[in-house]
Design a protein around this ligand. Sequence first.
Ligand SMILES: O=c1ccn([C@H]2C[C@H](O)[C@@H](CO)O2)c(=O)[nH]1
Ligand SMILES: [Zn+2]
Length: 136
Amino acid sequence: MDYGQLMKEAIEARKAAYIPYSGFGVGAALLDSKGQVHHGCNVENAAYSPGNCAERTAMFRAIADGHRPGTFQAIAVVADTEEPVAPCGVCRQVLLELCGPDMPVILGNLKGDIRQTTVRELLPYAFGPSHLEEQK
Ligand SMILES: O=c1ccn([C@H]2C[C@H](O)[C@@H](CO)O2)c(=O)[nH]1
Ligand SMILES: [Zn+2]
């Protein structure tokens, strides 16, 4: 699947966003090792902090379905923004843990602008699983 198609999946995923507080819908589409796509949307909460971003929804869904960390090919993220939307800091940390530093991250908006980056570029000088390995 090409990244344009993955972005279309993210646009589809965004339709399920539960956003009564911000009105800011985000969609994510995570491509697994077999070419299957896992959708995620943001899910908000009246207490605000329990809300979850689209990117983490997609990753947690795939992990819960049995896919293992480090086996994903790419993730696309989309929102109705002027510039392609970028994942928040918390999602960047989870992307590092579950997708690794070299996985492509495709950022987009509803106008069709697309930017391709990597987890490493989004989270330089990261603290990650390898640092805990050093303690063993
Ligand atoms: O990359 C992003 C940025 C924000 N949000 C969500 C969190 C919240 O529900 C709303 C406003 O921040 O958008 C995401 O899902 N992904
Ligand atoms: Zn986030």
